[in-house]
Each structure stands twice: as C-alpha cells, then as structure tokens.
Design a protein around this ligand. Structure first.
Ligand SMILES: NC(=O)c1ccc[n+]([C@@H]2O[C@H](COP(=O)([O-])OP(=O)(O)OC[C@H]3O[C@@H](n4cnc5c(N)ncnc54)[C@H](OP(=O)(O)O)[C@@H]3O)[C@@H](O)[C@H]2O)c1
Length: 290
C-alpha cells in the first residue's frame, strides 16, 4: 500500500484525496483543521465518494510515503506542523499551491530535495465541508525527474492530467501571469465580465507585462503574446465566473495576495524591475481588510 496524507481538506485537498482513493492500493489520510466526515466530489463525469481516515491532531498522524499539502499558501506554517507526525527521511512533500515559491515556502521545515512543487490547474470550489464541485478534469504539472514520475504514477488512474515538465519555472510563471489579473475582480467585486471593460483590460495587460518582466528575470521563458492570451482567456470565461481571490474576499476568507501579486512586487524589487500596477493592487487588496 502507498501511504498518503493530504493536509488541508479544502477544494483541492478534498478533490485529490477522493481521486487518490479510487485506487485501492492507496491508503489516504486527511489532516484537517476543521473536521470533515467524508468526501463527495461532483465531477463532470459523476460524483466521486470516499471516506478517508481524518485526523485532527498531529498526535494521531502516522508516517506516510507522500504528503500532499493543499492548504492556502499563507498557511504553510500550520501545514508544516503536521510534518513531525507524517514525515521521515523517505517522505516526499508535494506542494499543490498557487504561486512560484512552492519550495521556498517549505524549505524552512523540510529538506529541499524532499519537496516536490506542483502547478495546479484544477478548477474546484468547496460547497460545504467535504463537498466540492470540480468544474473540469484539470491538470497538474511537476518538474521532470524521479520524484515527479512518482507523483504522475499516483494519479495515473484518475481523469486529472498530470505531467512532468523540463521547464517547470515557465509553467508556474505562466500560471502566475493568469492569476495576477484576478486581483482586479477581487478589488472591484466584479466577475470575469469586467475584462470586457477597456480601461480595466488595459490595467490587466500592464499587470501581466510586469509579471512577464519579473518572470523572465527569474529565468522563465514568457512570450510577449501572454499579455493578449491572458486577457483573451479572461474574456472567454463565463461572464459570472469568480476567481479564487474574488471568491475568498466575498466569503470573508483571507486572500492569497502575497503568493499571487506580492511575489511579483518582491521579486521585481530584487531585480530592479518596477512593478507599479502590482504594487497598487497589493495595497488595495490589503486595504480591503483594514
Ligand atoms: N480551488 C481551486 O480551483 C484552485 C485551483 C488552482 C490552484 N489552487 C491553489 O491550491 C491551493 C489550495 O486552494 P483551495 O482552493 O483548495 O483552498 P481552500 O478551499 O481554502 O482549502 C484550504 C484548506 O486548508 C485547510 N487548512 C488550513 N490550515 C490548515 C492546517 N494547519 N491543517 C490542516 N488543514 C488546514 C483549510 O481548513 P478550513 O476548512 O478550516 O478552512 C481548508 O480546508 C491554493 O494555493 C490555491 O491557490 C486552487
């Protein structure tokens, strides 16, 4: 049996835990801050049901082969508190989060060579504890290598497309370009339809241009055409669709401001690249909770 622990039974955690449990060779445990009883995932191909072992305290944790961290990026410290019960020298910690700093976020807690960053493109929303709507089959990307191959194998029985990339940096920065413009919806409290407003679209293009410049300085290969393709993607989404930053603000939850826009400002500063638009959206988003 492959022993797997999923830390954080939110939208992504419940979805991957339920999919992993469709393989009887997987023994899946869920580490929860807020208790759940079981899982029901509404997918485009039907409802997935699963009843993993749920633990609410680190004392109940046992050693596993794989830890999948699916908390929000800002909950890294809380997620890492589970490691002492779950990890030994052979455990791999896969970080299924947004942003570009998966490894840096967990390096204070576990050796870098044991951390597998995962780019997650899996639209899912929590409708109740343990209940998730997965909007499409989705995909995940990991760096090329032996550990990456093991992660691909974990999901080989699922409908989620999991692949390895020889240029993972470009994968995560491309996703960051898409995520970066979601800040405007969260500030304005307007869903995707707002991208048809030409003034807002201009700001979106500028936010992406800053992200491209910083990403290139970090070594990602980002074409200029991303500016247009990100906007086109936003405009072709359902007019009422909410990005997760916007959904979190509406629900009164903390937003992943730093992982999505703050990082562009911080790394821009490191490379001497001005990022006035991202600086502005970070300030405005932070001010919403003052
Ligand atoms: N949802 C998507 O469509 C999507 C798509 C791509 C990428 N992502 C990324 O994936 C990551 C997870 O997002 P999400 O949407 O799944 O977030 P989410 O629905 O807010 O779920 C996060 C879960 O982590 C739990 N948690 C927080 N601290 C914990 C701790 N110390 N121990 C155990 N559990 C803890 C939360 O508990 P509570 O139940 O108490 O809140 C919640 O259940 C984020 O980085 C996000 O940006 C999400």
């Amino acid at each position: 049996m492959t022993q797997i622990a999923v830390i954080g039974p939110g939208a992504i955690g419940c979805t991957v835990a339920a999919w992993l449990m469709q393989n009887s060779a997987h023994d899946v445990m869920v580490a929860a801050r807020t208790a759940i009883v079981d899982l029901e995932i509404e997918t485009t191909e039907g409802v997935l049901k699963a009843a993993p072992r749920v633990i609410a305290h680190v004392d109940a944790a046992t050693r596993v082969d794989w830890v999948l961290v699916t908390t929000k990026a800002y909950d890294a410290n809380g997620a890492a508190a589970w490691f002492k019960g779950l990890c030994d020298a052979g455990t791999i910690v896969a970080v299924l989060q947004n942003g570009v700093e998966h490894v840096e976020r967990f390096a204070p807690y576990i050796a870098r060579e044991h951390i597998l960053p995962v780019m997650v493109d899996l639209p899912a929303e929590r409708t109740a504890p343990g209940r998730v709507r997965q909007r499409n089959s989705g995909r995940m990307v990991v760096p090329q290598g032996g550990i990456g191959a093991g992660f691909v194998e974990l999901f080989s029985h699922t409908h989620i497309a999991v692949s390895q990339s020889t240029d993972f940096k470009t994968e995560v920065w491309s996703k960051l370009c898409i995520n970066s413009v979601g800040a405007l919806s969260a500030i304005l409290l307007k869903p995707a339809v707002i991208a048809h407003h030409e003034g807002v679209a201009q700001i979106m293009r500028g936010i992406v241009r800053e992200c491209i410049a910083v990403g290139r300085a970090e070594g990602a290969l980002l074409p200029d055409s991303l500016t247009q393709s990100v906007l086109a993607g936003y405009r072709s989404a359902a007019p009422d669709s909410l990005n997760s930053l916007h959904a979190d603000r509406l629900a009164g939850r903390r937003m992943e401001i730093d992982a999505r826009n703050g990082v562009i400002v911080r790394l821009g500063h490191k490379h001497g690249i001005p990022t006035p638009l991202n600086t502005m959206v970070v300030a405005l988003l932070e001010a919403t909770s003052v």
